[in-house]
Design a protein around this ligand. Structure first.
Ligand SMILES: Cc1cc2nc3c(=O)[nH]c(=O)nc-3n(C[C@H](O)[C@H](O)[C@H](O)COP(=O)(O)OP(=O)(O)OC[C@H]3O[C@@H](n4cnc5c(N)ncnc54)[C@H](O)[C@@H]3O)c2cc1C
Length: 402
């Protein structure tokens, strides 16, 4: 059963109060409820960060919002892996690091009163292999190697990087809890169409086709997936852009060990290989004795890893890391992997439509609006998904019904 706007606001107010926001923040949230026109029926496609923020803010504005999500969980590329790990340990499949200058990400983390903690450990040494020989360096040496390979955006002072305590998925879960049964899970969209009067979305529910109509549709489905959906109502320019936007590959391999053998050798489990594969220990501030080391490979290396069978990905990574952290092989218990190009609902890690296509990418096509990290200046970040979602909220709120 869908909740009413009044119930949504009440539920939001209760959660906000429980999250102990101060009175001025609370009244600020309530003051934001000013519709620029009549309430609209809006269908949001995708419950990733772009879709969730848009659904949340559109509902606060008083619009009638329904979200269709193909997966059985919210968050999309924000996904914390809790299985198959033991003792409550977890690691991130997608978004993990929040830099201090991502104001929108910080705004919503604060709005839901989610605690942040340092991303990097300040004790023990990291390893770097990117300058030739093996080097043991303080964590600043690791972020310096990151700057060298990926630029300031991914490096700099380690203290500027934080993570959400308990896992990044706490953020989408906070949005989803407020939206409640406005989100329809397990509902993959197969067709988006429109005429002069309304937009229509065809989706599957338990394998059966259903149709919903709306004044406006906000599509946050990654272009890599959208290109396989029927889009008869879109301009050929938009369809070309959707078809030709290239998505990057990312592969991650996780190794759970009985003990944190690297710590006995004065290492914190962070490293950058000669091929610029990052190695993290996401468990450095979780209770032991077990631990997880994980690799993070970007385009160039990620495609090679993705081609391997799961067991081979784990075996080759274990061999590689055993050479860096001696004793790892003996302590190894189980592995897991995540390769984003094989994820049915992402088909890649991230994309950017390109500066030449930016305006064409974000422009609505009639009643169909678009958002997602690929349509923002912060592509490949939560911040980008949020910014694009908020831009679309404004567009839809100001859309004039004819
Ligand atoms: C490996 C990796 C590392 C990252 N690291 C960071 C980081 O450290 N910090 C950071 O800030 N960001 C990071 N990001 C980026 C961040 O996760 C994304 O930018 C952001 O989550 C994208 O949100 P979105 O809403 O645009 O897309 P998505 O999260 O992809 O949301 C789209 C939603 O649409 C759904 N969907 C797809 N097809 C259909 C369909 N047919 N019907 C209905 N629903 C559908 C999907 O299931 C998904 O839920 C990382 C991403 C990856 C992949």
């Amino acid at each position: 059963m869908a909740i009413t706007r009044r119930q949504f606001l009440r539920r939001g107010a209760i959660t906000i109060a429980a999250a102990s926001l101060n009175q001025s923040q609370l009244s600020g949230a309530v003051r934001a409820i000013v519709l620029s026109g009549p309430a609209k029926k809006v269908l949001v496609l995708g419950a990733g960060m772009a879709g969730l923020v848009a659904a949340y803010e559109l509902t606060k504005l008083g619009h009638d919002v329904t979200v269709l999500e193909a997966r059985t969980r919210p968050g999309g590329r924000v996904h914390t892996l809790r299985e198959p790990f033991s003792d409550g340990l977890f690691a991130e499949a997608g978004a993990a690091r929040i830099p201090d200058n991502h104001d929108l990400t910080h705004k919503y983390v604060k709005e839901f009163a989610l605690p942040l903690e340092p991303f990097y450990p300040s004790r023990l040494n990291a390893l770097r292999f990117d300058r030739g020989d093996r080097e043991e360096v303080p964590i600043e040496g690791f972020t310096d190697a990151m700057t060298r390979h990926f630029g300031e955006d991914l490096g700099g002072n380690p203290e500027r990087w934080q993570k959400i305590k308990g896992g990044t998925d706490m953020l989408p879960k906070a949005f989803a809890e407020l939206l409640g049964d406005k989100i329809h899970y397990g509902s993959p969209v197969v067709k988006i169409e429109q005429d002069g009067k309304q937009a229509r979305v065809v989706f599957l529910n338990a394998g059966r086709q259903q149709t919903m109509t709306a004044d406006n549709v906000l599509c946050t489905i990654p272009f890599s997936v959208l290109r396989n959906i029927e889009l008869p109502a879109l301009s050929s320019q938009k369809r070309d852009l959707i078809k030709n936007t290239r998505y990057d590959a990312v592969a991650r391999v996780y190794l759970q060990t009985r003990n944190r053998v690297w710590e006995e050798k004065g290492l914190n489990g962070f490293a950058l290989t000669g091929g610029a594969i990052e190695i993290w220990q996401p468990t450095w501030n979780l209770p032991g004795p077990r631990g997880i080391l994980m690799t993070y490979a970007r385009p160039g290396e990620a495609e090679r890893i993705t081609k391997l069978k799961e067991s081979e990905r784990i075996a080759t990574t274990l061999k590689q890391l055993d050479g860096m952290f001696s004793g790892l092989g003996e302590s190894f218990e189980r592995g897991a992997t995540k390769c984003w190009t094989e994820d049915e609902w992402s088909r890649g890690a991230w994309a950017f439509v390109g500066f030449a296509n930016f305006g064409r990418g974000i422009a609505p096509d009639g009643r169909i609006h678009f958002a997602g990290e690929h349509l923002s200046q912060w592509s490949s970040w939560i911040q980008g998904a949020l910014a694009s979602g908020l831009r679309a909220v404004k567009e839809i709120d100001e859309f004039v019904k004819v």
